[in-house]
Design a protein around this ligand. Structure first.
Ligand SMILES: Cc1ncc(COP(=O)(O)O)c(C=O)c1O
Ligand SMILES: N[C@@H](CCOP(=O)(O)O)C(=O)O
Length: 462
């Protein structure tokens, strides 16, 4: 399997090379040259298998000779052993035909653990075999950072620096990043919002002297391996509801477009998915773009679903690449226009996107109302991101097709919003009960590329 850049001007790479490189050297994102096909019979044969066994079968064709079957299977087993639910991604019924896929039973209580726990294992295996060391820099609106720090803390072959927007993540998210005491992990509170963190990260990848000097690697959904690991729960949950005989739809609380893009890959592999619905909060650039064709950045408005407070949605580039017939030059041109505030998607590409994706948005009031109502009617406590998904799913649902809404985080990560809506303050699981007593290590930093690079080089030099 070879991986190609969405901007068409970087060398093709193997799975392992793409995983360790992060952003392509032309600024693009790696995608597989071809999407492997899974037959209905092969999907049928996955029914009744464990999450780990399905994960192996779904991901194996993408991983090429980078890892042997035995090693890859073993690493998958280790990745999910710490999950707090035997099903890993259990389905809960909310209403006739509407299901919630709970993705918050991993160690940091958000869907990011599905990919990050596996990537931690894959990085360690590959770097040990190669005798190499890398510097991981990540940008987070809260959940990627805590999942990355959890997955990589204490590993010998990596230093991890996580840029998060100062004052714009929940207290639980911040403490998950700032309380681990291992010397190889560093949480950096940046003066800015998530888009600034992500922009500085991409600047570092595009600054080749720095990139090569520190051996920069990325674990945001820039990294194809992140997207790949997220394909698996689309398959397990669709199988549970009758796929491949019956089609299902998914609604996905969306910010950086990585999670829903994983659903799109599952569909391209042959999983019968009817609709993929993008659910946004009031930072609704994706909903506006799919509605009008204009992808125009606006100021980020802080919301009660802060992990989705994103305007520049990184993985949308991967969807545009396919919508423009895999024309890297066309995508590079759009990304250039984005630097001056936005671009217009061509009519043909917009129609292609709309064949795959629907969209909707939830206001703050609608999000709170959904948390309160779902708790009253089903007993399920939703985090605000998942509530955005449920609100949009209810509005968009075709009663003839089962709808699965992804519950992307545990309500205890966002207790203030949940308490406002329901009067109940959700508690952390016992293993994290002392999170608020642990000492924090925070580095404040300006939104300045040179200053950040100096800070990172000083830390890894010491
Ligand atoms: C809890 C939660 N829900 C939804 C999202 C949006 O996911 P994506 O960025 O993959 O679109 C995020 C951030 O990634 C998140 O942390
Ligand atoms: N919501 C994310 C933002 C980064 O997304 P990623 O999927 O590209 O890592 C977060 O929680 O940090």
């Amino acid at each position: 399997m070879r991986y190609v850049s969405t901007r068409g001007a970087a060398p093709d790479l193997s799975f392992e090379e793409a995983m360790l490189s992060g952003l392509a050297r032309d600024g693009g994102l790696y995608v597989p040259a071809e999407v492997p096909q899974v037959s209905a019979g092969d999907f049928r044969a996955m029914r009744g298998l464990s999450y780990e066994e399905v994960a192996f079968r779904v991901m194996r064709p993408f991983v090429d000779e980078s890892f042997s079957d035995e090693v890859f299977g073993d690493l998958i087993g280790k990745a999910y052993a710490s999950f707090g639910h035997a099903a890993r991604a259990p389905l809960v019924q909310l209403a006739p035909g509407h299901f919630l896929c709970e993705l918050f039973h991993g160690p940091t209580l958000a869907f990011k653990d599905f990919a990050m726990q596996l990537i931690g294992q894959l990085f360690e295996e590959a770097l040990t075999r190669r005798g190499e060391r890398v510097t991981i820099v990540g940008a987070t609106s809260g959940d990627t950072g805590s999942a990355a720090i959890e997955a990589f803390r204490g590993l010998d072959a990596v230093d991890v620096f996580i840029l998060y927007p100062h004052g714009r993540v929940s207290d639980v998210q911040r403490r998950q990043m700032t309380t681990p005491s291992e010397a190889n992990v560093h949480a950096i509170a940046l003066d800015g919002h998530f888009d600034d963190c992500q922009a500085r990260l991409k600047d570092m990848f595009n600054h080749f002297e720095f990139r090569d000097r520190v051996r920069l690697a990325g674990v945001n959904s820039i990294n194809w391996a992140r997207v790949l690991a997220q394909v698996v729960y689309y398959v397990t949950s669709a199988l549970e509801l009758g796929a491949p005989e019956r089609a299902v739809s998914f609604t996905v609380p969306t910010g950086n477009f990585g999670d829903i893009f994983a659903g799109y890959i599952a569909k391209r592999m042959g999983l019968p998915i009817d609709r993929l619905v993008v659910a946004t909060n009031q930072n609704d650039i994706l909903h506006r773009c799919l509605s009008s064709g204009a992808y125009e950045t606006d100021t980020v408005t802080p919301s009660i679903s802060p992990s989705m407070d994103i305007q520049v949605s990184s993985n949308f580039e991967r969807a545009l690449f396919d919508a423009y017939g895999r024309d890297g030059a066309a995508v590079a041109q759009l990304m250039d226009e984005l630097k001056s505030g936005g671009f217009r998607v061509s009519q043909g590409a917009l129609e292609t996107l709309r064949e795959q994706f629907s969209s909707g948005r939830a206001s703050e009031e609608e999000t709170l109302e959904t948390i309160a109502r779902l708790h009253r009617t089903t007993g399920e406590l939703l985090c605000p991101h998942s509530a955005v998904g449920v609100h949009v799913a209810e509005a968009q649902r075709d009663p003839a097709v089962p709808m699965i809404t992804l519950a992307t985080a545990h309500p205890a990560k966002f207790p203030d919003a949940v308490e406002t809506a329901t009067g109940i303050r959700p508690g952390l699981p016992p293993r994290m009960a002392d999170l608020f007593e642990r000492p924090e290590r925070i580095t404040r930093a300006e939104n300045d590329l040179a200053a950040l690079e100096t800070l990172i080089e000083e830390r890894i030099g010491s």
